[in-house]
Design a protein around this ligand. Sequence first.
Ligand code: AR6
Length: 169
Amino acid sequence: MRISLVLGDITQQQVDAIVNAANSSLLGGGGVDGAIHRKGGPAILEECRKLRASHYGKGLATGQAVATTAGNLPARWVIHTVGPVYSATDDRSELLASCHHQSLRIADELGAQTVAFPAISTGIYGWPMASAAEIALQAVRSASTRVAEVRFVLFDREALSAFESQNPA
Ligand code: AR6
């Protein structure tokens, strides 16, 4: 598998699937989640609502992932995953790794070859960027998947350099 790191906006990526840093309600929010719903249009929320009604009445658990259409986005699918809120006292690294493993498992089910991830949990959920980069890259490297390319789409230079220092070229 090829891992690439780019500076950019995940909503503009030409990949089979983009991963959304969602929350367990699946009903949208701020940050990357807000951007995906805004640019992807109402078809994404409509599918999220159906998934809630059929499978996730109590919400999607932290570390789990589920796919919907990508609506008007260039990607074909959005894989919604719920990152853990950072805690300095409770080690939630496994849950953050799980977001990556479960998203790739869903990508395999869909037949997605190229998948773009944002830096899950590093915004509103407060995870320090360097630590999140280490966990995300390790999780993707250790995954057994048929996905051919994982692209981390980092929103600013600080995020890009944090990922680059964990993934020397
Ligand atoms: N493309 C790529 N990365 C982005 C984009 C974008 N368009 N927009 C923001 N980021 P966050 P979380 C980066 O807060 O911490 C939502 O309300 C951002 O700079 O989106 O997992 C959900 O509904 C940061 O590095 O997600 C949840 O309630 C990273 O994406 C909660 O926020 C993640 O920031 C999830 O919090």
